[in-house]
Ligand binder design. Structure first.
Ligand SMILES: Cc1ncc(COP(=O)(O)O)c(C=O)c1O
Length: 435
């Protein structure tokens, strides 16, 4: 298997684009050295790189492509929209159709505003919550890795260069699954917290009663509860985790799979809060999401098509079934090679990640690199094991075969040391202070 063309193109891209990829999570530092494929095309759950290598792909489009690449229903609606122009002096009727379709999927929400990236939506939620409550602090779940590219969140990560201290001090963190810790935080900052933002869960299930307790704590503290459903939306349930668990947040944010890879995201919420960003308010107006491309037709058409597919096909069940098959296969293989304490699959079946641990059981980037190397060489492109509904059982079974072969190498590396099995430098965490 050769990566020559990808390597040349990746070098050229890095010369022109800082970080060698628009999104840091797609960067060459996230892949084994000189084995970072440059993608030419995708179809369903498969992608092809510049050298002609074909891969079964996981985590497609940073989890956005839940139906698979070039999905016929989505593409057809998008092509129809393209033929009619995409941005006008007044809203297109597609904005109304998309609003109705998405709100119908999420029964707890009454109004919606579209945008392009998930960060637009989470940042808008923060501004709206601050305006509604007249408070400055935002509490975010510190066990969840990402909420926004904007200062209010990036200032709380190790990569906070360029963000004023005054902004950084306005975001505070709380651990997931610990209502007492959140209660204490809200008490310590009584009357100051505008919003409590978290993903409803990143694991298979939230701890029993946890989301209910968070809901109650927010009500008592007068803080708006914001569920970030960028990942759980269209994976846990077509109405998101809030629908799955029956907890209604004040605001919620959707993106990623909502457009099956096309650029569309949204802020949803209760009318009493969302209306403050509209014309139906007696108080001071809030500048809530108003951008040139926020409601262009292609993204809206994609979202309508995604809603159609989720309404007419058992996508949620398919994602869960594919994930369950993969998780069971990988666990069986890891067990058989005696590395079950070192190679682990975790998370909801529709959102699986793998954890690679060294001989001491400590999560290891070296072992992650070695494992990804083996996957790539076997034709599996997998920064995670996040499935799409386009994966066939045969794709999953082939992936498990590749993991089987990789596990044999893993077992050897555990006894002999991993360095002899690495082709180059190890991968590194995405959000780090220094290169
Ligand atoms: C949970 C979560 N929230 C928000 C975002 C930001 O979304 P975007 O990259 O579309 O701005 C991400 C991106 O990965 C995410 O995973």
């Amino acid at each position: 298997m050769r990566f020559d063309k990808s390597r040349t193109l990746a070098d050229q891209l890095e010369y022109l684009v800082p970080g060698g990829a628009h999104t840091y999570a797609k960067g060459p530092d996230q892949y084994p050295e000189a084995m970072a494929p440059m993608i030419v095309r995708g179809q369903g759950a498969h992608v092809w790189d510049a050298d002609g290598n074909e891969y079964i792909e996981y985590g497609s489009g940073l989890r956005s492509v839940s139906l698979g690449h070039a999905h016929p229903v989505v593409d057809q609606r998008v092509v129809e929209a393209l033929g009619k122009g995409c941005n006008f002096a007044r809203p297109s009727v597609l904005e109304l159709e998309a609003a109705e379709r998405i709100l119908a999927l999420v029964p707890g929400a009454e109004q919606i505003k579209f945008c392009k990236n998930g960060s637009d939506a989470t940042t808008a939620a923060v501004r709206l919550a601050r305006a509604v409550t007249g408070r400055d602090l935002v509490a975010v779940c510190s066990d969840h890795p990402f909420f926004s590219v904007d200062d209010w969140f990036i200032g709380s990560t190790p990569m906070d260069a360029g963000i004023p201290r005054a902004v950084r001090e306005l975001t505070i963190g709380f651990p997931y699954g610990d209502p007492a810790a959140l209660a204490q935080l809200l008490q310590e900052h009584a009357g100051q917290v505008a919003a409590v933002m978290l993903q409803p869960t990143t694991a298979a299930e939230p701890p029993p009663g946890y989301l209910e307790q968070v809901r109650t704590l927010c009500e008592r503290a007068g803080s708006l509860l914001v569920f970030d459903e960028m990942i759980t939306g269209f994976r846990w349930d077509k109405g998101g985790a809030q629908t799955r668990y029956g907890i209604t947040p004040d605001l919620s944010t959707f993106g990623k799979a909502m457009g099956n890879g096309f650029a569309i995201s949204a802020l949803l919420g209760k009318r009493e809060f969302m209306r403050v960003g509209g014309l139906d308010t007696a108080g001071e107006r809030v500048f809530l999401l108003s951008t040139t491309h926020g409601a262009e037709s292609v993204g809206l058409a994609a979202a309508c098509a995604v809603a159609d597919v989720y309404d007419s096909e058992p996508v949620i069940e398919t994602l869960a079934a594919r994930g369950a098959r993969l998780a069971a296969g990988v666990r069986e293989v890891a067990d058989r090679w005696g590395i079950a304490d070192h190679l682990q699959v975790q998370g909801h079946d529709a959102n699986l990640v793998f954890v690679t641990r060294d001989p001491d059981g400590v999560p290891s980037q070296d072992y992650r690199t070695m494992f990804m190397q083996q996957l790539l060489l076997g034709g599996v492109l997998a920064p995670s094991f996040v499935v799409s509904a386009a994966l066939a059982d045969a794709d999953i079974d082939r992936t498990v075969e590749v993991v089987d072969a990789a596990s044999q190498v893993y077992a050897r590396a555990l006894s002999e040391g991993v360095s002899g099995y690495l082709v180059g430098r190890p991968v590194k965490p995405t959000l780090r202070r220094y290169v």
